[in-house]
Design a protein around this ligand. Structure first.
Ligand SMILES: O=C(CO)[C@@H](O)[C@H](O)COP(=O)(O)O
Ligand SMILES: [Fe+2]
Length: 237
């Protein structure tokens, strides 16, 4: 009887999501199309409200236009760096968002928000800032689709990767072997090995991908490193 190779039993896979924050925002639609054409698995869209973080980007009207412009296919992971994330669940779902990733620091009732996001037909991501412990996220891990471990203080692209967040990723991977775990902030060819070894499988990369002359090669390199780490973990089990 044939046995199923361990590698195929892993529930998660390597996915690369460019953060379009560092692109030419006057050409957001074509930048998204360009990233998908370069092999991106999904798009990470950073929503900032000037309150939860000291920077301002865009909201659901922009997402609605983007969806019309890029079509139904690209998966939109909305990174909601906003206070009162409850208020944008329905508008984001209507605008065409696929995943609503909110910060645990921004709400007093994560359980209810998770429920509302699911009822709106979106996947749920739960993010923690560098100062938030992974134990605060853990009670919700079985109810969410993805955990986001921030590797910079949220608010700006182009910051330095924080190595000391990697124990959070390793711990989550050990406790929740099939959970999608995303890292975001300062991730690129120089830092991807640490993320991959710790157990991250969804990789947000802004300036390293967008600022590259060859985004296709950078995306492919990031995916290969993560896929190899996943393969290695599955064989070690
Ligand atoms: O959420 C954020 C910043 O708050 C990120 O998504 C960054 O925009 C990623 O950009 P790089 O750090 O990769 O340049
Ligand atoms: Fe982000």
């Amino acid at each position: 009887m044939r046995t199923v190779p361990a590698a195929t039993s892993m529930a998660y896979s390597a996915k690369i999501g460019p953060s379009i924050l560092s692109s030419d925002l006057s050409r957001l639609g074509s930048e998204c199309v360009r990233m998908m054409g370069c092999g991106a698995d999904y798009l990470h869209l950073d929503v900032m409200d000037g309150h939860f973080v000291p920077n301002l980007t865009f909201g659901h009207p922009m997402v609605e236009c983007l969806r019309k412009s890029v079509g139904q296919d690209p998966f939109f992971d909305m990174h909601m760096m906003v206070s009162r994330p409850e208020q944008w669940v329905k508008p984001m779902a209507a605008a065409g968002a696929n995943q609503y990733t909110f910060h645990i620091e921004s709400t007093t009732n994560p359980g209810n928000l998770i429920k509302e996001i699911k009822e709106s037909g979106m996947k749920v991501g739960l993010a923690i800032k560098p100062g938030t412990t992974v134990e605060e996220l853990a009670p919700w891990a079985n109810q969410i689709d993805m955990a986001l471990v921030m590797t910079v203080e949220p608010g700006f692209g182009g910051q330095k990767f924080m190595d000391d967040m990697m124990p959070k990723v390793s711990w989550l991977r050990s406790q929740f072997p099939s959970l999608d775990i995303e890292v975001d902030g300062g991730v690129g060819p120089d830092t991807i090995h640490k993320c991959a070894e710790a157990g991250a499988n969804m990789i947000v990369s802004g300036s390293a991908v967008i600022g590259s002359e060859d985004p296709r090669s950078v995306i492919a390199m990031l995916r290969t490193v993560v896929a190899e780490a996943i393969q290695k973990r599955s064989l070690d089990r």
